[in-house]
Write a protein of this length. Structure first.
Length: 254
């Protein structure tokens, strides 16, 4: 039986990959959008107009969805309120499965955004809805933007003593689609990129792939968050299941 799967944040970096792989897997894909031009897919889909920030249109957007993959984020505390709005609508609609993408280390890295992600996880766990939470490491896109933002500088700065395990959104999307095809599973094993590498090493890799010659400067960072990163709280080397390396990603987007 074909499943109707609603994707929140379906126009974002991860959401675009998720909706494409859902369509390829035979799902009826519904993308939640605040409005504007329809999202162009290569397979049948519908666009649900709704705003998680205000709640407008969310009830009709959720109605009839068998599964919801919740990718929408504000990168702020507002994620908690938005998710509560989604949970309330899913309850009323009788949605059978709500899947949430979180971040590895939200319970150990003291960032405000991470705390909000952890609070969302806890909301789901106590919501009474059938749910699944997948934590992933940082996306290749995020690491690339960190270095690309410095393109006008005569050097590239990278945090000293901190390693990163970047993963491609296509690998994360594939796992989310697998979960959407199965039963609710609660907190599932984390997913990480294929390599754990020093940030300075990734900076060199970025410069090489983009054919730029710059000095890489390791920058020491202080504070609790930096200590948590240096301790590897955001890494999951035992779940290095991603297939696309950082170099492969950067070379593809050039």
């Amino acid at each position: 039986m074909t499943r109707t799967t609603l994707v929140t944040g379906g126009t974002g970096t991860l959401g675009r990959a998720v909706r494409r792989q859902l369509a390829a897997a035979g799902h009826d894909v519904r993308v939640l959008s605040r409005g504007g031009r329809p999202v162009a897919l290569t397979a049948p889909y519908t666009t649900a107009i709704g705003d998680l920030r205000t709640g407008a249109g969310i009830a009709s957007g959720v109605a009839g969805a068998d599964v919801i993959i919740h990718c929408a984020t504000t990168n702020k505390k507002a994620d908690v309120e938005m998710t509560q709005t989604l949970i309330d609508a899913a309850h009323r609609a009788g949605t059978g499965h709500l899947i949430y993408i979180s971040i590895v280390g939200v319970d150990v890295v003291p960032l405000g955004y991470y705390r909000a992600k952890l609070e969302v996880e806890q909301l789901l766990a106590t919501s009474g809805l059938p749910w699944t939470v997948l934590r992933a490491t940082q996306f290749h896109d995020l690491v690339t933007k960190l270095f690309a933002a410095q393109r006008w500088l005569p050097m590239v700065m990278a945090p000293r003593g901190i390693s990163i395990q970047p993963i491609d959104v296509r690998d994360v999307a594939q796992r989310l689609v697998e979960l959407a095809g199965g039963p609710p599973a609660g907190r599932v094993p984390d997913i990480g990129g294929p390599q754990v590498r020093p940030a300075t090493d990734l900076a060199h890799a970025y410069l090489s792939a983009t054919k730029r010659r710059r000095l890489v400067v390791p920058v020491p960072l202080a504070g609790k968050t930096a200590r948590a990163y240096r301790a590897g709280g955001h890494l999951t080397p035992e779940h290095a299941v991603g297939t696309i390396t950082f170099e492969q990603f950067v070379e593809r987007v050039q």
